[in-house]
Design a protein around this ligand. Structure first.
Ligand code: HEC
Ligand code: HEC
Ligand code: HEC
Length: 384
């Protein structure tokens, strides 16, 4: 006879075994039942039938809790910065407004039939912190149709969208157009006139809201395309279209361009004369410009950095960009992208990425200040 304590222990082990067996049997039956149910096709996936109110409530509740838990504790850049908000607005117009609508343009009829439908955003933004909005735009929301940012890790671009979203509730239709479209909407005939005739490029208006036409880009974070070599512009557009160059903004802008549109747009911008306005803030730091000039002409032998002008001056290959006259912030943002590991897969990136990684932060700032202080290159006809 076992002592009473040992018997009790035995009984406990036995009943645990039974319990565990029962749980496994239930789980297995559950999985089979779910499999059968899915196979039967009895559940309707029709978006037209909507969710029950209780399901809707729990989905929203779960989404909000998940965003709150996952949003990172990052310090945002200065979200009041006009340059960020204008870039974000320019992208929102093509990348988000067809689902979410925009001031003066309600959510479209097709998008309204998504489940859940994309909300008009201005009423929703107050409930989210900057970091939570950043997380939503960067990662998207599963099971809702809200897409993730096309290039994971280009956080500088995601913040531009957040800066715009912060501005959105205060915008009426006119203020929105001014912020997102700049010179394009108020005088559409001018844009069309410029591109009419032999060089007619219908899509140029889709580019000009960020890159400008007569006036230059409206944000210091956007490159001036006017007068760049045609081959350079073509190469860059192909790299965005094939998603080898890592910009979510430009991948979306270039996705639907066919070869002819790329050739036409490149030829069009290569011939445009220098714009009448540039986004560039005046360069304050003369000593940075002087140090940058030395680096550009001589490089830095100690760090194995070649002279920038061997490739970026007038003698550089036509597929290499000219840097003179570009906004300092744009130049610095490109160098920063290489230093964080982006853009290294294109033929140009393979050449430039190692050089960018060898620069000190001071050299990045100096080179950006120097090239920004120079005049833009002359357009193609003049160079020939
Ligand atoms: C294909 C359609 C689609 C596109 C494109 C899209 N969204 Fe969304 N978005 C949605 C849907 C659907 C939701 C989810 C709403 C929900 O969970 O109820 C959503 C949710 C959001 C939310 C959370 C709002 C809330 O419900 O509180 C934000 C912010 C947002 N989107 C911003 C953007 C931005 C910025 C872009 C462009 C970069 C964008 N979306 C592009 C469909 C879209
Ligand atoms: C929402 C604003 C926006 C729109 C719209 C836009 N761009 Fe851009 N573009 C940018 C930004 C920002 C960059 C820098 C991207 C990066 O980090 O690589 C850029 C980069 C480029 C470059 C690379 C320049 C170089 O020398 O490396 C080319 C070429 C270009 N854009 C052409 C176009 C064309 C053509 C269109 C129209 C089909 C267009 N862009 C539409 C913002 C925009
Ligand atoms: C051996 C040639 C070479 C040298 C030297 C060189 N670069 Fe570059 N650089 C390139 C190429 C090629 C690209 C285009 C990369 C691409 O297409 O993605 C580029 C692109 C850039 C860009 C991005 C411009 C744009 O509009 O896309 C910046 C900024 C830049 N280089 C800065 C510098 C600086 C600063 C130096 C000197 C310290 C330098 N480069 C030296 C070859 C060179």
């Amino acid at each position: 006879m076992l002592p009473a304590r040992a018997r009790a222990a035995n009984w406990l082990v036995q009943s645990w075994r039974h319990l565990l067996g029962a749980v496994f049997a239930f789980a297995a039956a559950g999985i089979v039942a779910i499999g059968l149910f899915a196979w039967s096709g009895l559940y309707s996936v029709a978006a037209s039938s909507g969710h029950w109110a209780i399901v809707d409530f729990f989905l929203r509740f779960g989404m909000e809790s998940s965003v709150r838990t996952h949003a990172p504790a990052l310090t945002p850049p200065d979200l009041a910065d006009e340059n960020l908000a204008r870039l974000g607005a320019g992208h929102f117009h093509a990348g988000c407004a067809f689902c979410h609508g925009s001031p003066g343009t309600p959510v479209g009829a097709a998008a309204l039939k998504m489940l859940p439908p994309p909300p008009e955003l201005d009423g929703k933004l107050a409930e989210w912190s900057d970091q939570q909005l950043f997380w939503i735009v960067r990662h998207g929301i599963k099971y809702t149709g809200m897409p993730a940012w096309p290039v994971q890790g280009r956080d500088d671009e995601v913040w531009a969208l957040v800066a715009f979203l912060r501005r959105l509730p205060s915008l009426d239709a006119e203020a929105y157009k001014a912020l997102a479209l700049g010179e394009i909407e108020p005088r559409p005939e001018t844009a069309r006139q410029i591109v009419s005739g032999e060089d007619r490029v219908d899509t140029v208006e889709a580019c000009a809201r960020c890159h400008g036409l007569e006036k230059g880009p409206r944000s210091e974070l956007v490159p001036v395309l006017h007068g760049q070599p045609r081959e350079r512009l073509e190469t860059a557009l192909r790299a965005y279209r094939s998603r080898e160059r890592d910009s979510g903004i430009m991948q979306v802008a270039a996705a639907e361009l066919d070869d002819k549109a790329i050739r036409d747009l490149a030829a069009f911008y290569a011939r445009l004369p220098a714009p009448t306005h540039l986004p560039q803030a005046p360069i304050q730091d003369e000593s940075a410009v002087e140090r940058g000039a030395v680096l550009a002409a001589q490089g830095d032998a100690d760090r194995q950095v070649p002279a920038c002008l061997t490739c970026h001056g007038d003698a550089g290959l036509p597929t290499y960009p000219r840097l003179s006259g570009q906004p300092a912030r744009y130049l610095a943002s490109q160098l920063a992208a290489w230093r964080t590991g982006f853009n290294a897969r294109t033929p140009g990136g393979i050449v430039m990425a190692p050089i960018a990684r060898r620069l000190t932060p001071q050299q990045v700032a100096d080179a950006a200040a120097y090239f920004a202080s120079l005049p833009l290159p002359a357009p193609a006809q003049a160079r020939r």
